[in-house]
Write a protein that binds this ligand. Structure first.
Ligand code: HEC
Ligand code: HEC
Length: 201
């Protein structure tokens, strides 16, 4: 036991990151221009499989403020049951707070509310992409007016920092994870950026 605390103290001194959750993503963008348009489009198409996956799109909804329930575990796609409305606050402050049911952890039972160690909430309205085509989402994500003012590197960093994103690959019993892995997704987004963010026509 003493040994354990000594090692823990040493780790803290060395300032080694102790990753409490999620993966440790490596952000290593290819050189700009080193990837041609055709290959860039292939990377985009894989990235779109992730963005449009239910684990990513159910919160990326528009101004009606209704989270979605979609994906095989939900049967047919429909707005969140129990008449949940996130309001303009996007956290349900006007009606019933998301955190009333969505706690900081997944609960190990099928159909229990999923949770993360940050506020469970909808994405900003301008980041709406539920049901949108590959081309639409592509154009939206390369437009700083609609992507939270981020360049591609900043999008990739956001993908790593946000615990909600890590959740999509650890979504709790009975839900399918987002495809590939978070590292693959970050690599695809960076490669798409290095190709000059081409979008399908
Ligand atoms: C009364 C409890 C309750 C409240 C309040 C609530 N939820 Fe949920 N939510 C659930 C349950 C239960 C599920 C899982 C249902 C299932 O798996 O069949 C869920 C699932 C979800 C999902 C789907 C996640 C996925 O991809 O599997 C989203 C998105 C979601 N909630 C968003 C919200 C948001 C945003 C708020 C606040 C505006 C909110 N919820 C408020 C109970 C609640
Ligand atoms: C529980 C709801 C929720 C889920 C599920 C979710 N997001 Fe988000 N997303 C958010 C919120 C909230 C923000 C705004 C965060 C911020 O700006 O700090 C956001 C912002 C983003 C942004 C920045 C774009 C912008 O316009 O602000 C990207 C990119 C993104 N999410 C990708 C994803 C991907 C990829 C997945 C699945 C792996 C995912 N999100 C799943 C809630 C969610």
């Amino acid at each position: 036991m003493k040994q354990f605390f000594v090692s823990l103290a040493m780790l803290t001194c060395l300032n080694l990151p102790l990753h409490a959750e999620g993966e440790n993503i490596i952000i290593d963008p290819p050189e700009y221009g080193s990837i041609d348009t055709a290959l860039g489009l292939e990377h985009w198409s894989r990235a779109y499989e992730v963005f449009s996956h239910p684990r990513c799109s159910n919160c990326h909804v528009g101004a009606d403020n209704r989270p979605m329930w979609s994906g095989p575990s939900y049967g047919s796609a429909r707005p969140h049951g129990m008449n949940i409305n996130a309001g303009e606050s996007r956290i349900g402050a006007e009606h019933i707070l998301c955190s009333t049911c969505h706690s900081p952890n997944n609960i190990d039972l099928p159909h229990a509310p999923p949770g993360v160690t940050a506020d469970w909430r909808l994405a900003p309205v301008e980041a709406e992409w539920f049901g949108k085509s590959s081309r639409e989402v592509c154009e939206q994500l390369r437009d700083p007016e609609r992507n939270g003012g981020r360049n591609v590197l900043e999008i990739a960093e956001h993908l790593d920092h946000d615990v909600i994103l890590h959740w999509a690959w650890n979504p709790g019993v009975g839900r399918e994870s987002a495809p590939y892995s978070l590292q693959d997704h970050v690599n695809d987004v960076l490669a798409w950026g290095a190709a000059g963010t081409p979008c399908p026509s």
